[in-house]
Design a binder for this molecule. Structure first.
Ligand code: NAD
Length: 358
């Protein structure tokens, strides 16, 4: 397995591997870039099929965090960690403490938080061994869980997309197809319903669907049917690579705005969406509410009003991205990448700036 020449390596500053025989921990921490500050990103626990799959995931995710934090205007770099194992079977306090020891060896270059397969409780256990852990603020309304802030940020960004696409500031009667009514998706669905949108939801768990139907009056649709609906906007809030050759051909919506990470199966799918007249909201721009929340938690000066105000800047950033894409003819995904790279000082962006200045 190659490391430095790995297709997802992309100038990572540091990749660390750790094994603790006693607890069974096998983990990787990837630090992509620390130009703007220490790297911060969640700790994912997943039963990866092999080490290569885990490495690929951590590299892609940590790079994404650099771009996300830069676009959210945070003094943070990008990093991520993965624990190889099934969170329902293999997660023990000993294993999490060993993870805390591992994180501590990086001396603060990497700060962890919740992700798929890890919870606020797990962060408390990791925090027994390292102070470089966030997402565990005591006494706050959400107890450290960034999902409500992510949902609110997506809601704000979605409204910016609607305004740009249809020139309207309200969501009354807007038909939204929403995939995945989990932590973020359900909260987003509630905000959309309160704003007057008409919701069509799907999930792979029936109880999640039932909750959205009974509490929000949403209409349930099949897991595959979600792509064929005559809706205005598609909100992917489940898994990555959901925008691909198959789904883009089927979508009838005018805009996509959702919480899921890595929504585009490949870079070229941003152009495919544009060709179909579908406005794409770059995932790491619209779903940054959680990292903004975690940033303030980490700094120990958590003020809900200040956090809300910062999250609302997602709307302004989205409008700037849409505007610039219209002006340059680039895809919204490409524009977002370029702006983020200018902010964190990506070598290629710096070269470009130098040559433009020359
Ligand atoms: P979650 O696991 O609580 O919710 C995901 C939901 O999607 C679950 O209800 C699951 O059953 C459903 N789902 C999975 N596969 C599906 C499929 N094929 N069809 C329909 N539904 C399916 O996770 P979450 O925390 O709500 O995160 C949702 C997405 O947002 C993820 O991609 C995550 O990476 C991203 N995200 C989350 C946060 C956060 O703060 N939680 C922040 C940024 C990005």
């Amino acid at each position: 397995m190659s490391i430095f020449s790995h297709s997802a390596y992309d100038k990572h500053e540091q990749v660390a591997f750790y094994q603790d025989a006693k607890s069974g921990l096998k983990a990787i921490i990837a630090v992509h870039n620390t130009n703007l500050g220490p790297s911060l990103g969640g700790c994912r626990m997943w039963p990866y099929a092999d080490d290569g799959e885990a490495l690929n995931d951590v590299l892609r995710l940590s790079r994404g965090m650099t771009y996300k934090s830069a676009m959210a205007g945070l003094k943070l770099g990008g990093g991520k960690s993965v624990i190889i194992g099934d969170p329902r079977q293999d997660k023990t306090p000993e294993l999490l403490r060993a993870m805390g020891d591992f994180i501590n060896t990086l001396g603060g270059r990497y700060i962890t938080a919740e992700d798929s397969g890890t919870s606020v409780e797990d962060m408390h256990i990791i925090g027994e061994r390292t102070r470089f852990v966030s997402g565990l603020i005591e006494g706050s309304e959400h107890g450290g869980d960034p999902s409500p802030s992510t949902a609110y940020g997506v809601f704000v960004g979605l409204k910016a997309a609607v305004e740009h696409r249809w020139g309207r500031a309200d969501l009354n009667g807007l038909k939204v197809s929403l995939q995945g009514v989990g932590n973020v998706g359900f909260r987003l669905a509630r905000l959309l319903t309160e704003a007057g949108a008409e919701l069509f939801v799907t999930d792979i768990f029936q109880d999640n669907i039932d909750r959205a139907v009974s509490e929000l009056g949403a209409t349930a649709v099949g897991a595959d049917e979600i792509f064929d609906l005559d809706a205005d906007l598609f909100a992917p809030c489940a898994l990555g690579a959901v925008l691909n050759d198959d789904t883009i051909a089927r979508l009838k919506v005018g805009a996509v705005a959702g919480a899921a990470n890595n929504q585009l199966a490949e870079e070229r799918h941003a152009a495919a969406l544009r060709e179909k007249g579908i406005l794409y909201s770059p995932d790491y721009v619209i779903n940054a509410g959680g990292i903004i929340d975690v940033y303030y938690q980490q700094h120990g000066d958590y003020n809900p009003a200040q956090v809300k105000e910062h999250i609302e800047t997602i709307g302004t950033t989205m409008k700037e991205v849409f505007q610039r894409a219209d002006e340059t003819g680039e895809t919204t995904a490409h524009v977002a990448d370029r702006v983020a790279e200018e902010r964190f000082g990506h070598e290629d962006a710096l070269k470009k700036t130098d040559s433009e200045a020359a």
